[in-house]
Design a protein around this ligand. Structure first.
Ligand code: CDP
Length: 201
């Protein structure tokens, strides 16, 4: 069975949480495509050329320390504007999307560029303040000393870069269903996503 769920949206919108629950519930493989860009960004921070890094990513690049750090997120969004970097990551993502048993991919351009034929397309969003608050709480739980203002700045600057780039800008696909989670609990957002997937299966 091939079945692709594409989940896009701005920084810290809750795409990861929703994707993980859908994967577990329906037995789909899950790819957090942000990790690919973060891995390239981390290698650029270590002095490598972005395109060389994008063309030689391995599974080991998708693990290890620091991948979730805000500095790496910023580096990711800077390499993500380079069309050749994006192109180098397309085949892997498309092959993953056709995983036997179904797949859920979350990112910025899954419904628009990577999987325009996905069976389900969701665009998960919330106000910048709500998203920054959630990311701030996560960081604190993980024991990181961060200020709310720094998290809000990170979210806003990445959103601006992601939405305004020429290649694969962040935007909902025309046929995506928008879930605005500003006023929703995590459980409510997840339940809505489960309902939408069930309706298409
Ligand atoms: O988890 P969070 O929403 O904060 O970020 P992420 O999904 O890990 O993505 C990090 C950065 O990678 C984003 O700000 C984008 O610039 C870039 N990205 C992208 O351009 N296209 C994707 N499909 C996924 C991420």
């Amino acid at each position: 069975m091939r079945f692709t769920v594409a989940i896009d949206g701005p920084a810290a919108a809750g795409k990861g949480t929703i994707s993980r629950v859908l994967a577990q519930r329906f037995g789909f493989a899950h790819l957090d495509t942000g990790l690919l860009y973060r891995a390239v960004g981390r290698r650029v921070m270590a002095g490598e050329d972005a395109l060389v890094a994008a063309r030689s990513l391995t599974a080991a690049d998708l693990a290890g320390p620091g991948l979730r750090d805000p500095e790496v997120a910023q580096a990711a969004s800077r390499v993500a504007v380079i069309p050749e970097v994006r192109a180098a990551l397309v085949d892997f993502q498309r092959a993953f999307a056709r995983s036997e048993g179904g797949a859920v991919l979350d990112g910025r351009d899954i419904g628009t560029v990577i999987c325009p034929g996905a069976e389900v397309k969701l665009f998960v969003t919330a106000s910048a303040e709500v998203r920054a608050r959630r990311r701030f709480d996560e960081e604190r739980v993980a024991g990181h000393e961060v200020s709310f203002d720094a998290v809000l700045d990170d979210v806003r600057s990445r959103d601006a870069r992601d939405m305004n780039r020429a290649d694969a800008p962040l935007r909902p696909a025309e046929d995506a269903i928008v879930i605005d989670t500003s006023e929703m609990s995590v459980d409510e957002a997840v339940a809505e996503a489960v309902r939408l997937v069930e309706a298409r299966r």
